[in-house]
Ligand binder design. Structure first.
Ligand SMILES: CC(C)(COP(=O)(O)OP(=O)(O)OC[C@H]1O[C@@H](n2cnc3c(N)ncnc32)[C@H](O)[C@@H]1OP(=O)(O)O)[C@@H](O)C(=O)NCCC(=O)NCCS
Length: 163
């Protein structure tokens, strides 16, 4: 298994991966089938400095991904902040792949002027929270009723790590 940056040639495989993880987990931001992005749009977004996507590859297949993006834009006052999203194929949960993706991303962040890593996570996503705490993230607060999942308003933790 290797961790590397997403390449334009991966676009179709990447969309298949995230469409699958949207189905496999209720902890994602998107409902299954809700993503509208085409491979062409993804290739454009890969080339934007605002989006940094890292993937885990095993035997030529993408099995996990982590995106670190400038959610608040790239103005000077906020360019040091990246927001993180992550998903792994269910068959590969609990095997340390999330840990490896975070390690890889953090090295990239340290070399690229990132000061603040942040993410939001549903308060009942125990596996996700365990991973983030293990990687040094702290809970900053609770975003109340910030997500509507399966007919229920759910709270999220806002978590961050300062480099
Ligand atoms: C959350 C997710 C990214 C974690 O990736 P992963 O590769 O499974 O994580 P890792 O195996 O590297 O580490 C998970 C850690 O949580 C621990 N853990 C697993 N299940 C747990 C649970 N129910 N409660 C507490 N800790 C748990 C593991 O023991 C491990 O810690 P360790 O290395 O100290 O033993 C992955 O499970 C996933 O894609 N889930 C569905 C989508 C999702 O939730 N995305 C994040 C949205 S914010």
């Amino acid at each position: 298994m290797i961790i590397r940056r997403l390449r334009a040639a991966d676009a179709a495989a990447y969309l298949e991966l995230v469409n699958t993880t949207d189905v496999e987990s209720d902890f994602m931001m998107q409902e299954p089938g809700e993503r509208q992005m085409t491979a062409f749009q993804l290739v454009i977004s890969i080339n934007s400095p605002a989006n940094n996507i890292f993937v885990a590859e095993e035997n030529g297949n993408l099995i996990g991904q982590l995106i670190a993006f400038n959610m608040y834009g790239r103005n000077k006052r906020v360019i040091h902040v990246v927001h993180i999203g992550i998903s792994i194929l269910k068959t590969h949960w609990g095997k340390g792949i999330g840990t490896k993706l975070f390690d890889y991303m953090e090295k990239w962040a340290a070399e690229n002027g990132v000061k603040r890593l942040e993410l939001s996570v549903m308060t009942h996503n125990e596996r996700g929270i365990a991973l983030y705490k293990k990687m040094g993230f702290e809970i900053e607060g609770i975003k109340k009723s910030s997500i509507f999942v399966n007919g229920v308003y759910v709270d999220e933790y806002l978590m961050s790590k300062i480099l």
